[in-house]
Write a protein that binds this ligand. Structure first.
Ligand code: TYM
Length: 320
């Protein structure tokens, strides 16, 4: 079974990405053949500065590796190092209807937020389909926002297969963990780089504290009983605390005397504690960019081998 997913290096990776996708990917290294990549071409839809893109790609790689991506066991690469994906993207474009792309939520959301509509943004799902189909992926672990893109991949693969009377493109399935399908941000909306409501995994202590202290709550006073079921702090605590810890926290909400500031500090401790085991390895990688580069080159060469064989077979089917 092949498991594949990617992440855009479009900013600092946040705990929404971590719980929505990275954690599941790292854990799935024992369940099947894992393919994980940094979606550098996709990031071009929003990151237009060379230095920023380079830094983001490097940091995304460092974070994945620090969190436990094993480059020997799995295949881990930067999307733009395996150029076959662009060829498949073009072949698939000719089997993708305008109507399908016009229905994409992500495109509609992004343009509604003021991101300028261009062809790259519009055809983003076709490139994503190429990523998935090039590697015969069976399972695609993603957060809720990407489910539609995986469904579109199936539609595109079906219409290609149907047209050429083949089954060369393997239909993938999205795998979404309901508990963390949408991790909320500091304002309660979906945590997202583009909404400015994120909490970093490896930011400075001060930076993370500022983000946590900025979580939006109602204005109940210390001496009032508080409702954990509607509280943004509690929703984030659910990601980091076990059942006993959550029960204790519920009691603190029910007992007057503590304010939201106290609950935020408890959450902050849990966040720091959760990521502490990875800090040293991460720092080592940050200090050794050559090592990271070699790991990524090794991953790209493994991915390229598979991609070139697949692409050769697809070219043959279409008559190229
Ligand atoms: P990206 O970079 O936006 O997000 C990476 C992963 O993180 C998940 N995610 C979340 N999950 C839960 N709660 C949140 N608040 C949250 N925010 C983000 C996303 O669902 C995603 O799984 N298009 C993809 C990258 C990509 C890709 C692919 C993925 C390119 N090609 C092929 C799978 C297969 C994206 O934009 O991810």
């Amino acid at each position: 079974m092949r498991i594949l997913s990617g992440i855009q290096p479009s900013g600092t990776i946040h705990i929404g990405n971590y719980f929505g996708m990275i954690k599941k990917m790292i854990e799935s290294q024992d369940d099947g053949e894992l393919f994980a990549f940094i979606a550098s071409y996709h990031a071009l839809t929003t990151v237009k500065e060379k230095e920023v893109l380079e830094k983001n790609i490097f940091e995304a790689a460092v974070n994945f590796l620090a969190l436990g991506m094993d480059p020997e066991k799995s295949t881990f690469w930067v999307q733009s190092d395996v150029k076959e994906v662009l060829e498949l993207y073009w072949l698939l474009s000719n089997h993708t209807s305008m109507g399908l792309l016009e229905r994409a939520h992500s495109y509609k959301d992004k343009t509604a937020k003021g991101i300028q509509a261009n062809h790259g943004l519009f055809s983003y799902p076709v490139l994503m389909a190429a990523d998935i189909l090039l590697f015969d992926s069976n399972i695609v672990p993603v957060g809720k926002d990407q489910i539609q893109h995986v469904e579109m991949t199936r539609d595109i693969a079906n219409s290609f297969n149907h047209h050429y009377k083949t089954d060369i493109l393997v239909l993938p399935e999205a795998k979404v963990d309901e508990v963390v399908a949408t991790v909320p941000g500091t304002d309660g909306a979906k945590m997202s780089k583009s909404y400015g409501n994120t909490i970093d995994m490896f930011g400075t202590k001060k930076g993370i504290k500022k983000q946590v202290m900025g979580i939006v709550t109602d204005s109940k006073e210390l001496d009032e009983v508080k409702d954990y079921t509607t509280c943004n702090i509690y929703k984030l605590c659910e990601l980091f605390m076990n059942e006993d810890e959550l029960k204790q926290l519920q009691q603190r909400y029910a007992t007057p005397g503590e304010g939201y500031g106290h609950f935020k500090l408890s959450l902050l401790d849990k966040i720091n504690e959760h990521f502490a085991p990875y800090v040293e390895r991460r720092q080592h990688l940050l200090d050794n960019p050559k090592e990271v580069k070699e790991i990524l080159e090794f991953g790209a060469s493994k991915a390229r081998k598979i991609a070139s064989v697949k692409m050769e077979a697809i070219r043959d089917i279409v008559g190229l």
